[in-house]
Design a protein around this ligand. Structure first.
Ligand code: MCA
Ligand code: AMP
Length: 526
């Protein structure tokens, strides 16, 4: 049997291929036939380029149905898809392209100038453009190719995608996901979340991370269900399209924003059967307020780029209750354990490191065998870097409630990671950009609680005395503005600190390590 993920989707296309597969926010309609033909043309183009086996196709484009088709065509042609956040700037793209050495890079025409320079410098053979209005060289070139394509035969273990993630330490690493990883997870979620062919998914997530590209899109594709496709989180579009939808997924910021909208109510959700939250912790306060406002209980699940989804609250009440503050139980076929520092299993209620094993767990980090080895235990469990427990109690304003023993609660992270609005920010990366700036002696980057984004990035900086980039020249507020302004030109906007505090020295422990907990206490309020 062909293990190619696209072959699995194809086998589930609805009998009526003239049915709508994607409706866009600006009233375009794509049928399943359109998807088939467009992905065939793009796959034929990729094959005509005579790329080497296992070639990477790196893509940094705005969200559009064609961008999804490019992903699907890459699978279909047996190549490896590498999605990149549209907020990434030159230094970030330079690293990913240099590390992954893609044969093909696709970017927006606005960025073609600098992206093509970066790509050619790293030996990429083909750079195409794709814009969200269906223009650009990619579709122009694909247009002359046949609209039929026999999906390439792939093995279970063949790579389907590489997703860059900061992981637990060090530089960004490419998590290699196989056709089996993605297919097994999609099939599990299909059954576990009760996907139906008459579902309508309101797709508002970006399509360069696991959540929007895999969990949401795969769910609809596998069910043969329609998607309403919106470019980004937008309350006006939620009010317009949610009344016709049955499923929606978002990071917690989506639910916080919905609750800020007075016109969003139970009537807006009248056809909805499922709201999913993930990528960052959903506050119990948001979970409760959403239920109060709409009558719907958000289903929170837990995933990683390296593992796709591993734990989820149940959909079916007969299986169990959705418990706010927890991420639910290990998915069918996925094993999860909580261990202490000596790798001994923790008792129920005890906090430890979360580890996972299963067909969903990635193949390793791209060209980093030592890093891969570090993140797996000798007996093959992947260390998530998240800290949590089975069972125990959830304490809220309503009092304490006992959690069933098979439910997982995430209580923190052992990895130095900030999750802001569902995007991961690796403090060390930001610190290295700040440390390079004139007038900065050293810095520490922390995450502080933020009402909308969950966590916000904050920098604490020690200035270099005597530099012309100092308080005397700018004043304290000027220094902060200058630093933030400079960072905005260098790194993705969501990574830029919302505040910069200047201190004389950073607090350190006896080992010389910066005590970020002390900084979080001191600068915890924005
Ligand atoms: C935007 N801004 C942010 C963020 N997003 N600041 C901090 N954190 C953010 N996430 C800032 C911009 O820098 C800008 O600041 C201002 O907000 C407006 O930018 P804009 O792009 O208009 O913002 P937005 O459209 O309101 O974006 C917020 C958002 C977005 C919709 C929450 O961040 C988003 O789509 N997040 C989803 C991320 C996601 O899909 N994660 C899944 C990862 P200024 O004006 O100063 O320039 S997958 C994953 O984690 C795992 C595997 C899993 O379990 O799913
Ligand atoms: P990524 O590096 O994008 O793969 O992000 C994965 C990380 O997101 C996980 O290791 C968790 O720290 C976090 N995460 C994902 N889902 C949840 C959730 N429901 N609650 C808390 N943290 C989550």
């Amino acid at each position: 049997m062909n293990a190619n993920l696209f072959a699995l989707f194809e086998s589930r296309f609805p009998a009526d291929r003239t049915a709508c597969c994607i409706e866009t926010h600006d009233e375009l309609y794509y049928t399943w036939d359109d998807l088939d033909r467009a992905t065939a043309k793009l796959a034929n183009l990729l094959v005509a380029l005579k790329l080497p086996a296992g070639a990477r196709v790196a893509v940094q484009v705005e969200k559009s149905p064609e961008a999804l088709f490019l992903y699907l065509a890459t699978l279909r042609a047996g190549y490896v898809y590498l999605p990149l956040n549209t907020a990434y700037q030159e230094a970030e793209i330079d690293y990913f392209v240099g590390n992954a050495e893609p044969s093909v890079v696709v970017c927006s025409s606005a960025n073609f100038g600098w992206v093509s320079k970066v790509a050619f410098r790293h030996g990429t053979a083909h750079v195409f453009t794709l814009d969200d209005d269906r223009s650009g060289s990619l579709l122009a070139r694909a247009a002359s190719h046949p609209d039929k394509f026999e999906t390439v035969a792939s093995a279970d273990d063949d790579l389907a995608a590489i997703l860059y993630t900061s992981g637990t330490t060090g530089r960004s690493k490419g998590a290699m996901l196989t056709h089996r990883n993605l297919a097994s997870n999609a099939l599990t979620l299909h059954a576990y979340w009760g996907w139906r062919s008459d579902d309508v998914l309101l797709h508002m997530l970006p399509i360069f991370h696991v959540h929007g590209l895999f969990v949401a899109s795969h769910g609809a594709l596998l069910a043969g269900a329609k998607m309403i496709w919106a470019p980004k989180l937008d309350m006006a579009q939620i009010l317009k399209f949610l009344p016709r939808s049955t499923v929606m997924m978002g990071v917690p910021t989506y639910y916080v924003r919905m609750l800020q909208e007075p016109r969003f109510d139970d009537d807006t959700c009248r056809r909805m059967r499922l709201f999913v939250s993930g990528s960052a912790p959903l506050l119990l306060e948001t979970f409760d307020a959403f239920r109060e406002r709409t009558g719907h209980t958000i289903l929170e699940r837990y995933g990683m780029s390296e593992t796709v989804m591993l734990v989820s609250n149940p959909y079916d009440e007969a299986v169990g209750e959705r418990i706010g503050g927890t991420v639910g139980t290990p998915l069918p076929g996925v094993s999860v354990r909580v261990v202490d520092g000596e790798a001994n299993a923790c008792a129920v209620g005890e906090i430890g490191n979360i580890e996972v094993k299963g067909p969903n767990v990635f193949k390793g980090y791209w060209r980093m065998p030592e890093k891969t080895a570090e993140e797996f235990t000798a007996d093959g469990w992947f260390r998530t870097g998240d800290v949590g427990r089975f069972g125990g109690e959830i304490v809220s304003h309503a009092g304490a409630r006992k959690v069933p023993d098979n439910y997982v609660t995430i209580v923190g992270r052992s990895k130095d990671l900030i999750i802001s609005g569902g995007y991961n920010v690796y403090p060390k990366e930001i610190e290295s950009f700040i440390d390079e700036m004139p007038g900065v002696a050293e810095s520490a980057v922390i995450g502080v609680p933020h009402q909308e984004f969950g966590e916000a990035v904050v920098a604490v900086v020690v200035r270099k005395p005597g530099s012309d980039f100092d308080e005397a020249a700018f004043g304290a507020a000027g220094f902060e503005a200058k630093l933030i302004g400079t960072l905005k030109t260098r790194i993705a906007n969501f990574k830029v600190p919302k505040r910069v505090h200047v201190v004389n020295e950073l607090p350190r422990n006896t080992m010389g390590k910066v005590q970020k907990n002390v900084l979080r206490q001191q600068f915890g309020a924005l």
